[in-house]
Design a protein around this ligand. Structure first.
Ligand code: AKG
Ligand code: FE2
Length: 267
């Protein structure tokens, strides 16, 4: 492993010490267990396990003003700001809600997917991250209990598997069959991301990721928050080349939702 920023730019993910103490982690476990136990589970959550959204009270989600709000979400967002700052990611802003994604014992794998949805925009070529997810796993994760898997480099490089994937979640993933060979492919380039509670996994939205099934007898919960970079010009610390398409990009390029990698994902 290099430094986290280089890992994030080159491999598409990094693992850092998130600086959360045991007491804070236990509070997050108790809170999320309670939310999970008191929420009706949608059939669409077969592969994610659950996908429950909670905003903060001070940090409310402008786009999702009707979300239930919990103060513990504020504390996690406010704890995370300085962590990102120390990693040189201080120009990222949180989406101000957390997703509680929890695999009960016996839950199936999550399919391969990437979550970037601006593929028509030349900014998709950025060699630095523009949108990242922060994952706090609340238990030890390993292949046996459904840890994350990633394909390093897939955030910037087109691979065989890209051609065969159904867009995730509401884009089609909810209804794929468990026997879909590409969605659940044991890809030779994939890497298991096994972490301990308190470690923070940060990944580029464009990175191909999936999980193993949870074959343990305990629930595996992750708290996931999206962070977006302000602006589309190269970060101050960027020393490499800037792709010409980004230099020529119209700053008023409309935001168009498209989850299918197109011309801006290259070999
Ligand atoms: O459950 C995980 O570890 C990852 C979840 C994820 O990537 C998603 O729901 O989009
Ligand atoms: Fe994802």
């Amino acid at each position: 492993m290099n430094d986290p920023w280089s890992d994030l730019c080159e491999g598409g993910f990094c693992i850092v010490d998130g600086g959360l103490g045991q007491a804070a982690l236990q509070e997050l476990r108790d809170w999320s267990d309670n939310v999970i136990a008191t929420t009706d589970h949608s059939e669409r959550w077969k592969y994610q396990g659950s996908d429950i959204w909670r905003a903060g009270k001070r940090n409310t989600s402008r786009r999702n003003p009707d979300l239930p709000q919990d103060e513990i979400v504020d504390r996690l967002i406010e704890h995370t700001g300085p962590v990102l700052e120390s990693l040189g990611l201080g120009d990222f802003r949180s989406q101000r809600y957390y997703q509680i994604i929890s695999k009960p014992p016996g839950a199936p794998a999550l399919y391969w997917h990437q979550d970037w949805a601006r593929w028509r925009d030349p900014i998709s070529l950025s060699p630095w991250p523009q949108q990242i997810f922060l994952n706090w796993y609340l238990t030890d994760t390993r292949p046996e209990n459904g840890c994350l898997r990633v394909i390093p480099g897939s955030h910037r490089h087109r691979m065989d598997i890209h051609e065969h994937l159904v867009p995730p979640h509401e884009g089609g993933g909810y209804s794929v069959s468990e026997t879909n060979q590409w969605m659940f492919f044991d890809h030779p380039d994939s890497v298991d991301v096994a972490v301990e509670p308190g470690q923070l996994v940060i990944a580029d939205a464009r990175l191909l990721h999936a999980t193993h099934p949870n074959e343990s007898t305990e629930r595996r919960t992750v708290l996931l928050c999206w962070y977006f970079r302000r602006g589309e010009s190269a970060p101050d610390r960027w020393r490499g080349q800037v792709p010409s398409e980004i230099g020529l990009r119209d700053p008023d390029t409309p935001v168009h939702f498209d989850r299918q990698p197109g011309e801006y994902l290259r070999p």
